[in-house]
Write a new protein. Sequence first.
Length: 258
Amino acid sequence: MPNASATRRRLTRTYYESLKVLCPGLRNSQFAYVEALQEVVRPGVRWLDLGCGHQLFPDWMPDALSNQLALVNRCAEAVGVDAADFRPHSVGLTKVAADIEQLPFADETFSLVTANMVVEHVRKPERLLREIRRVLTPGGLFLFHTPNARYFEVAIGRHIAGPVMRGIASFLDGRGGDDIFPTYYRLNKAYDIRRFATESGLATRFIRHIECTAQGVMLGPLVVLELLVIRTLRLPIFENYRSDLLVMLEKPENGTVR
């Protein structure tokens, strides 16, 4: 019998062959996040990354390490917060062990706060956003990338028991169970984001519904069905059901949300 690695390689090849036909140009949503990040990480920025882990971008991204270093070196200060990952950060962020819903920083410390696939794990979004507003300088930005709760896979997954869902995610992603955390999706719909942002004193600059590569690569021919869904969601009428959200909130200069 073929080993697990050989099976994964074969299924991945099948997926990319189907991708060329059904969804040409499809790319992982991480690329959209990186592009948005490159626009807002300017010289002199004081940057806080929430749930930072040990790296900013996944290893599979081209030039991941050099791109991370370039961004960090552009900043006046780069700090990361994580309550579960205590490894040194790969590009030298000053790393603090703390709960992101109770940040250990003074008011108006940072001009940029970011979160990459983190806010779906937050229990109390109103508390998180109030903390972000507190530590941001006037005119400061909060950029985050997260799954869309209206995407069909997320909607289905929310009705599956946690231990079962972690096992499925581990199989599909090839990750260990310890690297999969509980999800709540309380800041994962455009309506909820705008509502919580306004209540917390933050303005919504944009909410973009973006597509991402298929998650069911290890399901063999069934991944074709997912690709067909993704292709359908490219129609403007279905935009709000795409798999991921890229969001930018802002702390108003004058303290008032319009």
